[in-house]
Ligand binder design. Structure first.
Ligand SMILES: Cc1cc2nc3c(=O)[nH]c(=O)nc-3n(C[C@H](O)[C@H](O)[C@H](O)COP(=O)(O)OP(=O)(O)OC[C@H]3O[C@@H](n4cnc5c(N)ncnc54)[C@H](O)[C@@H]3O)c2cc1C
Length: 389
């Protein structure tokens, strides 16, 4: 088999990259080791920055998002006795959208399978080879068990945190930065209308809580828990009781409903540099992980592939390597900005039991809720800084 760009991984990064390349007349093949049903059912992120919405729309996969997504004009920051709205359009002229990553993925897969580039599910033994040459290849076994070789001009490693691409880049030398936070999130999906018009980020002495949503009838809620927490120890009643305590505010009530999904998520910051070795380019979670408090993981994946698509088009259509040569540095500049913002939100909102830290956090929250400059800084980062392609 032969293509211009071999793409490993059909998460949002790989699928969108394939779409952006196709729109510019560049061929690709996407290799995914899971089944279509598994990929489409994975519950993950749900907040889309303005640039993500714009990119999906321009790529022709934004119709359902515009129809069914919910545009949000701000968030609430809460600490005991106070719930304060940050008004994003007033602060920075931008908004965010609530639309599940599952739905973004379904839209991209549907478009791809309707006449787009090949997308092969349930492949195995995927190995990128000869990435230091201009003719790299990907060895893999297809879903029928046949050994295959995909000859390429370039390879995109969009295979997530546990993929095979990052180790190949790191073998040639590189650096990794990592921080594991001493807490985790217990997340639930529930069949109940959101009890709020905007997301609530709540600081509470018992720990952080987040009230998010997926649709007018489905809520997504999170509790800060310790990393070793077993999900079996959390009955639905215990979860709802803890959520009600942490969101408590006079005159407001949390509506409860049937829990349809629950899991414990680790909280980690991770950056791997460079994001390139020869003709192998990393994008998305393959190169970096952020804790979900800043809602950046999916948006960073979209930003990476937007840069990468433009760079690969220039390389493969015009034989000019300037944009691929600067890709890693340009992507990493945004990665570190988002890594800082995600760390800032995480550090401001999660309690450690330390009384001094708690006073610093409350001081920072009061600052953001009372200073337009501090609020604008948060709003600009949350809604996403403009992307300079
Ligand atoms: C459990 C969980 C919850 C999350 N919740 C949030 C959230 O609430 N908010 C937020 O902003 N972000 C969240 N994130 C982060 C966000 O979902 C990711 O940043 C986003 O999925 C990144 O997209 P990606 O395409 O780079 O990687 P992925 O979505 O991980 O896609 C990688 C793809 O590569 C495939 N793959 C892996 N190895 C191979 C291989 N060897 N061969 C072929 N294919 C391979 C995988 O099956 C997968 O389909 C969450 C992440 C996780 C894991």
């Amino acid at each position: 088999m032969r293509t211009q760009v071999g793409i490993i991984g059909a998460g949002p990064a790989g699928l969108l990259l394939s779409r952006l390349l196709a729109l510019q007349g560049i061929d690709s093949v996407v290799l995914e080791n899971r089944s279509r049903a598994y990929v489409e059912a994975r519950i993950r992120a749900g907040i889309l920055e303005q640039h993500t919405v714009d990119t999906l729309t321009e790529a022709g996969v934004g119709d359902r998002l515009r129809r069914e997504g919910l545009e949000h004009h701000g968030i609430y920051l809460q600490y005991p006795g106070t719930r304060h709205k940050l008004d994003f359009p007033a602060l920075c002229g931008r908004t965010v959208w609530v639309y599940g990553q599952t739905e973004v993925t379904k839209d991209l897969i549907t478009t791809q399978l309707a006449g787009g580039p090949p997308l092969l599910f349930e492949v195995s033994d995927v190995i990128p080879e000869d990435v230091d040459t201009d003719s790299p290849r990907i060895r893999f076994t297809d879903a029928d068990g046949n050994a295959q070789v995909l000859e390429c001009d370039a390879i995109a490693g969009t295979d997530g945190f546990h993929g095979v691409s990052r180790p190949v880049v790191q073998q040639a030398g590189g650096r990794v930065w990592e921080r594991t936070y001493p807490y985790a999130w217990l997340g639930i999906l529930a069949d109940v209308a959101p009890s709020t018009d905007e997301l609530i980020y709540a600081w509470h002495p018992d720990g952080f809580a987040l009230h998010s949503m997926r649709s007018p009838s489905v809520s997504r809620l999170y509790l800060q828990v310790s990393p070793g927490e077993q999900i079996e120890d959390w009955s639905d009643d215990r979860i709802w009781d803890n959520l009600a305590t942490r969101f408590a505010l006079d005159g407001w009530e949390l509506c409860t409903g049937t829990v349809t999904d629950k899991s414990v998520l680790p909280m980690r910051s991770f950056v791997s540099a460079p994001m390139r070795r020869g003709r192998l380019f990393l994008a998305g979670d393959a190169a970096h992980i952020v804790p979900p408090t800043g809602a950046k993981g999916l948006n960073l994946a979209v930003a990476d592939v937007t840069l990468l698509a433009a760079a690969l088009v220039r390389l493969l259509r015009e034989q000019r390597s300037d944009l691929v040569d600067s890709y890693s540095d340009r992507a990493l500049a945004r990665v570190w900005r988002c890594t800082h913002f995600s760390w800032f939100m995480t550090s401001m909102l999660h309690t450690s039991g330390d009384a001094f830290d708690a006073e610093l956090q409350l001081s920072q929250l009061r600052r953001v809720c009372s200073s337009e400059a501090a609020a604008r800084e948060l709003a600009e980062n949350y809604t996403g800084l403009p992307l300079d392609v």
